[in-house]
Design a protein around this ligand. Structure first.
Ligand code: BGC
Length: 456
């Protein structure tokens, strides 16, 4: 079979997408013979793209992040505003994802919409997310639902966020309510997104010199406390890092139990942030082990006891010297986030994790910030080839979910970094499919790595 047939198929898809209102700019792929296809992935492998509520929906005004973005001083380059208007355009986005050939959509439910005040749950917002899940079913896409992707309701942050001893109970109450109303529609769930991020970033020296290092800024946290009216504020990476981490560990366990109590057969896990840690020079191993001990091991232990799978998320490697994190290697290609362009990271973290965790693994995020989509194609090819090598080595990896479906709100960096498979015009909200989206969709359809020339 020649790739030409796929091109014909792609043309049909293109017509369908255009009919659906999406503007395509992606080029078609050059001919690739079957000989250039890699080994087949296991039947049922998840191929998907991910989003997070706050980063794509728009107008998430009741969240802690909205407050921090719109305050002075702020660490955010710009506010999230309307984001990608995914709140209104989810159906088109899910249909597009499916038309591309992907079979899984990872997205998050916004706690601040569903529970706008403590203990007050919104049926209208639950109906909204039910419609999102219905769209997934309609387009034959499996859903992987994140119950919390960084942002929390303002009232929760005002009670001390994850530092509040009641936080795990509050989170479990929200998980229980959501699962009662939406659980039957979900295919997979994760409690928290990257709850170990603070440890990953700050547990060894080296990050405090970057913009992220200023997150401990007490003035911002104090002002936010005044704005929420409680004098207290803690959220996400704005708070006492160690206490937040401990709170999140407890919250995962409580959330996991709450979800499973309502829907025991639903696979529930957690997604953690990882880097491919590499020692550089003498004495580096002790520092590297410290990072692993503080940022990954507590989660490996937790998810083995309270979890059905582990989501691993990796973007690059971390070079670690005897004194801490090192800057990128001189002359090494960088992404638009300023870290190294290193697609092999995902293979490294899967292999390392497999040594510690004996439940199934899913890559729940992996991607690259770049304006040059040929780099994204290259990144995907190398990353997915790494996943294929892990499978060949007998590791139980069950999915690859790319970050991100859309060019979205990249937290402190606003809309500057472009992680999307699909570009978004933030004035008209028009979507433009990039070649990398078509490429990943074809991989999914073939269930194999497609070896494309670099110039594609
Ligand atoms: C987060 C996403 C973020 C992505 C790219 C991950 O750490 O889960 O929310 O946009 O990395 O930086």
């Amino acid at each position: 079979m020649e790739y030409t047939e796929l091109n014909e198929w792609q043309c049909k898809r293109r017509q369908m997408l255009l009919a659906g209102g999406a503007a395509l700019t992606g080029s078609l792929w050059p001919k690739v013979s079957l000989a250039e296809l890699g080994e087949e992935f296991p039947h049922g492998f998840l191929w998907g793209a991910a989003t997070a509520g706050h980063q794509v929906e728009g107008g998430n005004i009741n969240s802690d992040s909205w407050l921090l973005e719109n305050m002075q001083p702020t660490l955010f380059d710009e506010p999230s505003g309307d984001a990608c208007d995914h709140y209104n355009r989810f159906d088109q986005d899910i249909s597009m994802l499916s038309d591309l050939g992907l079979n899984t959509f990872r997205f998050s439910i916004e706690w601040s919409r569903v529970e706008p005040e403590a203990g007050q749950f919104s049926r209208a917002q639950i109906d909204h997310y039910r419609r999102v899940l219905e769209s997934c079913q309609r387009y034959g896409v499996r859903s992987m639902v994140t119950f919390n992707h960084f942002t929390t309701p303002r009232w929760f942050a005002g009670l001390g966020g994850w530092e509040n001893p009641e936080s795990s109970w509050l989170f479990a109450r929200y998980c229980d309510w959501v699962t009662r109303h939406l659980g039957e529609w979900m295919n997979y769930a994760t409690t928290l997104n990257e709850p170990n991020l603070t440890q990953l970033l700050f547990c060894i020296p080296g990050y405090e010199l970057t913009k992220l290092g200023t997150i401990k800024d007490q003035e911002i946290i104090r002002k936010a406390g005044t704005r929420v009216g409680t004098g207290r504020f803690s959220s996400w990476i704005f708070g006492d890092l160690e206490q937040v981490h401990q709170g999140l560990l407890q919250a995962h366990q409580a959330g996991y139990e709450a979800i499973k109590a309502v829907r025991p057969e639903l696979p529930v896990g957690v997604s953690i942030a990882m880097e491919d840690d590499q020692p550089v020079g003498p004495g580096a191993m002790a520092m590297l082990e410290r990072k692993r001990r503080l940022s990954y091991l507590p989660w490996f232990e937790m998810v083995q006891k309270h979890g059905d799978f582990l989501g691993v998320q990796a973007y690059s490697r971390a070079r670690i010297g005897a004194r801490g994190r090192l800057p990128p290697q001189a002359g090494y290609p960088l992404t638009d986030m300023g870290y190294e362009f290193y697609p092999e990271a995902v293979e490294g973290v899967i292999r390392y994790t497999h040594g510690h965790v004996k439940i199934p693994l899913y890559v729940t995020e992996n991607g690259v910030a770049t304006m040059d989509d040929t780099r994204r194609v290259d990144y995907i090819r190398r990353a997915v080839s790494g996943v294929a090598r892990c499978l060949a080595a007998g590791i139980d990896v069950r999915g690859y979910i790319h970050w991100s479906l859309l060019d979205n709100f990249e937290w402190l960096d606003g809309y500057r970094p472009h992680f999307g498979l699909v570009a978004v015009d933030h004035r008209t909200f028009q979507r433009h499919i990039k070649p990398s989206a078509t490429y990943l969709g074809e991989i999914a359809r073939q269930n194999r790595v497609l070896v494309v020339p670099r110039s594609a």
